[in-house]
Design a protein around this ligand. Structure first.
Ligand SMILES: Nc1ncnc2c1ncn2[C@@H]1O[C@H](COP(=O)(O)OP(=O)(O)OP(=O)(O)O)[C@@H](O)[C@H]1O
Ligand SMILES: [Mg+2]
Length: 281
């Protein structure tokens, strides 16, 4: 089982969209996927239709019990794709967590529960775009951190400084027996201007200097309307945009190349086109 946490120190960069689309693609590639919505604003929980639209339990029970029981998991409308929903509309969970001595490790420990181990091949955790105990717990639960970065000069600087702070703050946890996974940055929502390309190149150079703590993935996710359209339709973007008559590659191509970089054993495997009957369903 491989665990990813999608994280950034900035809001609105595309974390939820990326988590949902990667989750659905891994699921369509045959992995058993569990997504966890660790943002008190439940955007990931609403991204895809759920089989039971009113789940009895979710993230609150996972953290309070320190165990991820089967009752906390909801099935989405898509095969192989399950989710632990965020169910804390008052936002009291981060405060509750803050008062626990084991706050950094509660989610990590919960992921070792029998309902997860052996039942899933991949866990994907979405986080809120702000520093806090929930973000820390989600970061420490992952094998690999995935961080979308939009190539605007301010956001690139903020990414570098904010990310270094985050990595430094969580690093001492290794003394407690938990190590922070490596971070893979994804250049995300790149438009086709020279400026964006130059900044993306600068981001890559910056991170080479940071001695391998962060690697920048080769795949670049472009700014494209397909991602928003797919979200509106509550469908995975690789199903929504298979082909594209333009310079930028289709979402189908982009998401596959990203998935292969994140799980290299998937390299070369493709989601088969749906039969017409399935597509109509
Ligand atoms: N590749 C893309 N191209 C264009 N727009 C995109 C792309 N990916 C996501 N978006 C849009 O960008 C907006 C922010 O995305 P999203 O909600 O995923 O960000 P987030 O990091 O989860 O935000 P928050 O920090 O509030 O949780 C949404 O309106 C989404 O539809
Ligand atoms: Mg989000």
């Amino acid at each position: 089982m491989i665990k990813f946490t999608v994280i950034s120190t900035k809001g609105g960069v595309g974390k939820t969209t990326l988590t949902a689309n990667l989750g659905a693609l891994f699921a369509d590639l045959g992995l058993r996927v569990l997504m966890i919505d660790a943002d008190v604003q439940p955007s990931l929980s609403k991204f895809y239709p759920l089989k039971d639209p009113k789940p009895a339990a979710g993230l609150t029970e996972v953290l309070v019990r320190g165990e991820l029981a089967a009752g906390c998991i909801s099935s989405t409308a898509y095969p192989n794709l399950d989710i632990v929903v965020s169910d804390d509309p008052e936002g009291s969970l981060p405060h509750w967590l803050l008062n626990r001595i084991d706050r950094g490790f509660r989610l990590r420990v919960a992921l070792n529960s029998p309902a997860v181990i052996g039942a899933y091949d991949c866990v994907l955790i979405d986080t809120q775009g702000a520093v806090g105990p929930l973000q820390d717990a989600a970061a420490l639960a992952a094998d690999i951190l995935v961080s979308p970065i939009t190539p605007e000069i301010l956001s690139a600087r903020e990414f570098r400084d904010g990310t270094m702070e985050l990595l430094e703050r969580l690093e001492p946890s290794s003394a407690l027996g938990a190590t922070l996974g490596p971070m893979k940055a994804v250049i995300y929502r790149q438009d086709r201007t020279n400026d964006a390309r130059m900044i993306a190149a600068g981001v890559r150079e910056d991170f080479i200097k940071l001695k391998g703590r962060v690697t920048v993935l080769d795949t670049v996710v472009p700014h494209a309307k397909a991602y928003k359209e797919a979200a509106t339709l509550r469908t995975p973007v690789h199903r929504h945009e298979r082909k594209r008559q333009a310079v930028t590659p289709s979402a189908y191509t982009v998401m596959h190349s990203l998935a292969w970089e994140l799980i290299p054993s998937l390299q070369g495997t493709l989601v088969e086109p749906l039969s017409e009957r399935e597509e109509a369903a």
